[in-house]
Design a protein around this ligand. Sequence first.
Ligand code: GLN
Length: 383
Amino acid sequence: MSTIQLSSKLPNVGTTIFTVMSALANEHKAVNLGQGFPDYPMSSELIALVNDAMKNNFNQYPPMPGWMPLREAIAEKASFLYGAEINPDTEITITPGGTYAIYSAFTTILHPGDEVIVFEPAYDSYIPNIEINGAKAVTVDLVFPDYHIDWQAVKKAVTSKTKAIIINSPHNPTGSVIGEKDIEELRKIVTGTNIFIISDEVYEHLIFDQIPHQSILRYPDLVERSFVCFSFGKTYNCTGWKMGYCIASPSLTKEFRKVHQFNAFTCHTPTQVALAAFLKNKEAYLSLSSTMQEKRDHFISLMQQTRFNLQHSSGSYFICGTYENISDEADKEFAIRLTKEAGVATIPVSAFYQNGKDDKVLRFCFSKKKETLEAAVEKLVHY
Ligand code: GLN
């Protein structure tokens, strides 16, 4: 037996809930409404473009910050959607996924002892990303049940050690979104300080009911202190590609790239060549909100036959629901039992709180084929 000792840098971290619930779903052949990924095919045109790029010998390293035509296409899109003037040379870095962009942003700015304000429930990578950098997450609860931000609570959480605030809209896991008022409140808190903003906008195109996405890119005064992180996986139904990007001012990007260049260094070339061409097709990303809204609405109407009470979702792949008419179990126990007995996997929302706060809420992922949603609800009806 080996005697080597390792002192864990993340002693309180277990396996991510997405992996746990997907494994349980597979084991019990349950319908998987847990982990957020589409179960329908991505664009065959985009696949063909990657194939072409490979055949055309785009198979060696691209530049460290990413394939230039892709960065140019992203800058064009940011201008078209948000009126932002982004320099593709100095302000955009292509990353292997949105989560990696967020991790790199934290690593770029955090020193031991720094504090970061994190809204909970929070996507489960944020706090470990902060802690592995020797910094501390200061959590502020979103207000249950609509999960809006309590800005008074944010003000109280700010200290001289606050290095950053991480925001996420549309929000995973709750589907809440921020509005212009939230941006104004955020501005009041950060203006004149050295507080950075990390903005997780991976669900930028998954926003419903004609609500405009409040990208930080709309606000030049906020962009100067922000790392704005995006995901191609969510936009083009290819979460397994792990492709994303980070937009930040030239001085922040310079530091971000120091971290990135000695980690992934760069990203898969053929995919970048393909995405550069595919991004020109505006319809492909503009149509996403209505496609996903239809799925949300279909799921909501199906779920009316069950004893679950769904909350509101204005964006993302997700909608949350309570189960007080079915059980008073803790959400983790209930989610496990639901997977085993009913054959439907979900995500217990307490997994997104550092202290395990349990409002007895489950997260359902509706970015699934109609048949998948129907098969899931058929099982839930009897539960
Ligand atoms: N973002 C996806 C979700 O929230 C999963 C990502 C992952 O499994 N790491 O379900």
